[in-house]
Design a protein. Structure first.
Length: 255
């Protein structure tokens, strides 16, 4: 489910990352792609649903793996999915991408993915495999923002009119949409900071579907970045059909 957040002014302090050798590096982004969902809302396993001639999750893997600035990718799979994920990755030429088993809740799966990364990983992008239309340009802008501020997330300003309603679905009052954003992924953080924040939230009994919300609660400032194209989450059958149309349209564009 997409989360909605209000904006805070971003910090402008640059971010440095360190390699275990002690050398500082401006590049080097790790990625955790969460592919552990059960697909209960869509009615089928969307992770392996065919999209443009390959499983849906591979679209995200390709963007990160072939970006030129992501050095490590981990795909987190749900119960019983890891062997198939491994097979699909190997068949598609992504043998260097690792697979990690997920947990009961999305937050558990993200924690396991973060733990599977090399311990010296600096900035890490957390991305939903169910957002197969992410572009390299959107990922790059999000990465640049995170390097400036320490954390960044893709999001879109809310354009629809919104109202409050009661349990009976009768409208009660309009709401001001100013400063309201629809959260997406990737969301990029310092690995140690977001891992600590997620573990603390879990200990407190909180269940989070959005990592930026956990980061904010831990005092981490998150800059928002608008994606440059489609980046919706495939949650319902209509989303899947729209993703198929978008992919088909991209393949039909003249070179």
């Amino acid at each position: 489910m997409e989360q909605i957040k209000t904006t805070n002014p971003p910090s402008t302090q640059p971010v440095s990352m360190s390699h275990p050798s002690g050398n500082r590096t401006r590049a080097g982004l790790a990625a955790v792609i969460v592919a552990a969902g059960a697909g209960t809302r869509i009615g089928f396993d969307k992770v392996f649903a065919p999209l443009g001639g390959r499983p849906l999750f591979l679209h995200s893997v390709e963007v990160f793996s072939r970006s030129g600035f992501v050095g490590e990718v981990v795909v987190v799979g749900g119960a019983g999915k890891c062997a198939r994920l491994r097979g699909e990755l190997d068949a598609a030429g992504f043998g260097s991408v690792r697979v990690a088993p997920g947990g009961v809740e999305r937050m558990d799966s993200v924690i396991e993915g973060l733990r599977a990364l090399e311990p010296w990983s600096g900035l890490v992008a957390i991305h939903d495999a169910a957002r197969p239309l992410l572009t390299k340009a959107s990922l790059q802008r999000c990465h640049e923002a995170a390097r400036r501020t320490g954390a960044a997330a893709c999001a879109e300003p809310l354009a629809d009119t919104i109202h409050r309603a009661g349990a009976d679905r009768i409208l009660t009052a309009p709401m001001d949409r100013g400063g309201i954003w629809r959260m997406q992924t990737p969301q990029i953080f310092r690995r140690t900071e977001i891992l600590d924040a997620l573990i603390a939230a879990r200990k407190e009994g909180r269940v989070a579907t959005d990592d930026a919300g956990v980061a904010i609660a831990a005092g981490i400032r998150v800059e928002l970045v608008e994606p440059d194209g489609w980046n919706f989450k495939v949650t319902r059958p209509a989303d899947y059909e729209l993703a198929r149309l978008v992919i088909a349209g991209q393949h039909e564009r003249p070179a």
